[in-house]
Design a protein around this ligand. Structure first.
Ligand SMILES: Cc1cc2nc3c(=O)[nH]c(=O)nc-3n(C[C@H](O)[C@H](O)[C@H](O)COP(=O)(O)OP(=O)(O)OC[C@H]3O[C@@H](n4cnc5c(N)ncnc54)[C@H](O)[C@@H]3O)c2cc1C
Length: 240
């Protein structure tokens, strides 16, 4: 289906959300992804003109599709996307994927995100808020190297303050690389952080999303806390 590029919004260091208006109404569930194919590559890219990205918007926010990504200089695809003119048409295919928050499933949720792995969780949390599912508690633990890389920071902080059932904690692994004096949690997501922030929500579902190495390390941490695999749902952002 044709998607019209209508807006770009900065979210964090080298990170932006791209908004696309679909030619016809599309439905998706929180956590699903689309394939996005650019009409031509301004810069060469050995992986070609197509990537898959999670829709970072909740379906409750209207039918505009949003993808959020980090722009690295090595990616011809992303640099082409970043310089694309408003009004350009690209090709979209979806929705795809089974990493979905099902509002009919009972229980609370612990979301463990690394870097750009926040995208499905933004959709999950916004969906919970808009649908007023206040009985369902959601705790997000979001890991980044520096505070500058915390994507959707203002929005996440305001949700944490506004909604009783939403709790959000950031942890920073390289505070020394930041201009901001970081006084919050430090280090990667480990057993101690999970136990301290989330263990009273029993028995929650644990959702893990991020680059493959982060997901594998976090699954090991959950294993060491004796959390059985049927309570863990992971999505690896391959390509990183
Ligand atoms: C289901 C699914 C959903 C996805 N959703 C998203 C999404 O919402 N947003 C998103 O940005 N991506 C998402 N991805 C990943 C996306 O599809 C791309 O593969 C990814 O962004 C890499 O894009 P790129 O090839 O342009 O590489 P670049 O991002 O430019 O990276 C180029 C190369 O640099 C290296 N590299 C980059 N970052 C790192 C790092 N942190 N650690 C180690 N090496 C690194 C890698 O070798 C990589 O191939 C998703 C993937 C899957 C499977």
């Amino acid at each position: 289906m044709k998607l019209k590029f209508i807006k770009k919004q900065k979210e964090a260091k080298d990170t932006a959300t791209f908004f696309f208006e679909p030619e016809k109404k599309v439905m998706w569930l929180p956590g699903q992804y689309f394939y996005f194919t650019l009409p031509e590559l301004k810069y060469p890219d050995s992986r070609g003109p197509t990537r898959h990205f999670t829709i970072s918007a909740s379906p409750t926010e209207g039918s505009t599709l949003r993808l959020t990504t980090r722009i690295r200089k090595d990616s011809g695809y992303k640099n082409t996307l970043n310089e694309m003119a408003i009004g350009t048409f690209i090709e979209g295919e979806g929705p795809n994927g089974t990493y979905i928050l099902d509002e009919n499933e009972e229980g609370n949720h612990i979301l463990l995100a690394g870097g750009i792995g926040i995208t499905p969780f933004r959709s999950f949390i916004k969906y919970n808020i808009d649908k007023k599912l206040s009985e369902t508690k959601i705790h997000l633990i979001y890991a980044n190297s520096t505070p500058e890389e915390i994507t959707f920071r203002e929005e996440l902080e305001s949700w944490d303050k506004t909604y009783e059932n939403i709790k959000i904690a950031f942890t920073i692994s390289r505070p020394e690389d930041s201009k901001e004096k970081w006084t919050g949690l430090t280090g990667r997501i480990d057993g101690d952080i999970i136990s301290r922030l989330a263990s009273h929500l029993s028995p929650p579902t644990y959702w893990v999303c991020g680059p493959p190495a982060m997901v594998e390390a976090t699954e090991k941490v959950l294993g060491s806390l004796k959390i059985t695999s049927d309570r863990v749902r992971s999505e690896k952002f391959t390509g990183y």
